[in-house]
Design a protein around this ligand. Structure first.
Ligand SMILES: [Zn+2]
Length: 257
């Protein structure tokens, strides 16, 4: 009897989780209404310079994100006038749980549960409506870092963690990383080689039919970098030089097979 009740409640919880994930997916891939994305700035290193940078942030610093989604979605025939709306939330004090680089599949699953739990609490800001998608942006003083830790975007849970540089000159490339992780939450997959970061041909190229092929003037958002030659690639200065390629457009349901 108790055993059956236990099994039944477990099945109900699992069904609830599956239905919730399905509803999230329908809401974020229908492109009939404006999708609300919340940015939650955090100090990644506790330095005074990162703090000053965060205090100077305004919505204007992220205006390129809304413009990018409108431009690219309309290019694919999406009719909603403003596909994505960005809201800037006040700085939070708690950092999201870290994901060490060599974590296995079980550890990653556990981290993703803790991440969703963290996001559900951190996104509750008094007097502000919670956004559909939560992106936590951790700012670092560039002089304290050799390289920024990896950023992450989760479709299950609609949450992303972005490591960004606290420097005005990096605002454009920070926005590229924010959109890349946001695209992961919408169902897009990476289009670069895992080890080297090299854009994959043809899906990671903005213009795979270009003759000559190199240099590419723009980057595909899920590759993140434009190929300058067969062995050189770089991140463009901002979203003006980034496009959504056909493979990504299909994954996020801007087009249909
Ligand atoms: Zn990625």
């Amino acid at each position: 009897m108790w055993r059956n009740i236990r099994i039944l409640s477990l099945l109900l919880v699992l069904a609830g989780v599956a239905i919730h994930a399905w509803l999230d997916r329908v809401a974020t891939q229908s492109w009939k209404q404006t999708l609300w994305v919340g940015l939650f700035p955090l100090s990644g290193d506790g330095t005074a310079s990162a703090q000053r940078y965060i205090e100077g942030l305004t919505l204007r610093d992220f205006a390129g994100i809304e413009a990018f989604f409108a431009r690219e979605a309309h290019r694919y025939g999406v009719s909603v006038e403003q596909p994505v709306h960005v809201e800037l939330y006040p700085q939070g004090s708690q950092l999201p749980p870290p994901l060490p680089p060599d974590t296995g599949p079980l550890g990653t699953a556990w981290w993703s549960l803790r991440m969703r739990w963290f996001a559900a609490h951190a996104a509750q800001v008094p007097g502000r409506a919670p956004p559909r998608i939560r992106i936590f942006v951790l700012y670092h003083d560039p002089s304290t870092l050799d390289s920024v830790p990896d950023s992450h975007g989760l479709q299950k849970g609609l949450v992303g963690v972005v490591h960004a540089f606290a420097q005005p000159g990096m605002a454009g490339s920070n926005n590229i990383v924010i959109v890349h992780e946001l695209m992961h939450t919408l169902g897009a997959s990476d289009k670069y080689a895992p080890g080297s970061g090299e854009p994959l041909y043809p899906i990671g190229f903005a213009d795979p039919g270009r003759r000559p092929l190199y240099p590419q003037t723009e980057a595909e958002i899920m590759a993140g970098r434009r190929a300058l030659s067969a062995h050189e690639f770089e991140m463009p200065p901002g979203l003006r030089d980034v496009v959504v390629g056909p493979a990504t457009a299909l994954e996020i349901h801007w087009t249909h097979p």
